[in-house]
Design a protein around this ligand. Structure first.
Ligand SMILES: Cc1cc2nc3c(=O)[nH]c(=O)nc-3n(C[C@H](O)[C@H](O)[C@H](O)COP(=O)(O)OP(=O)(O)OC[C@H]3O[C@@H](n4cnc5c(N)ncnc54)[C@H](O)[C@@H]3O)c2cc1C
Length: 117
């Protein structure tokens, strides 16, 4: 994952959330957290949710490492559009997601609740 748009750390945190969504219910039932169906669901969901960011990053890197006239014109146009209020609104909507309720693990053996996230 190229660091250019600075999303890699957030994706790592999202990955932990996607994984805990799958394995906490198993742990609460005393089942094996290395359940292959659950791990495949985690992998599919995480790849599906990170793919748009991955593709957008790669196109930005491609655009900014291309010296052709058309790429330079596209960069200037893109920067001009990015300065407009509707563009700010769209970026804010993408970056500020609704808060996700942290899952809780209930294991009687360790005295109650262990908060994850
Ligand atoms: C100067 C600088 C500033 C940065 N600032 C920020 C910042 O403000 N915010 C921020 O969030 N990050 C930022 N980053 C990026 C972040 O620090 C790194 O990307 C991250 O720490 C590296 O995580 P990683 O080791 O999991 O590897 P990476 O390979 O970078 O992966 C990042 C995440 O992308 C996902 N991913 C990678 N490959 C796949 C795949 N094949 N399928 C599905 N998912 C995948 C995973 O969730 C992974 O944890 C910055 C990086 C630099 C260099």
């Amino acid at each position: 994952m190229h660091p250019v748009t600075a999303h890699g750390f957030n994706l790592g945190i999202a990955s932990v959330r996607h994984l805990t969504d799958e394995i906490l219910p198993l742990l609460e039932r005393g089942a094996d957290p290395a359940n292959s169906a659950a791990l495949r669901r985690y992998e599919r969901r995480h790849r599906r949710e990170s793919l748009p960011i991955y593709l957008a990053k790669n196109s930005i890197v491609g655009l900014y490492t291309d010296d052709r006239l058309i790429a330079r014109a596209a960069r200037r146009f893109g920067l001009r559009v990015a300065q407009t209020p509707p563009a700010h609104k769209i970026v804010n909507r993408i970056l500020i997601r609704p808060q996700v309720k942290a899952p809780r693990l209930r294991l009687p053996g360790i005295g109650g609740r262990l908060r994850m996230g």
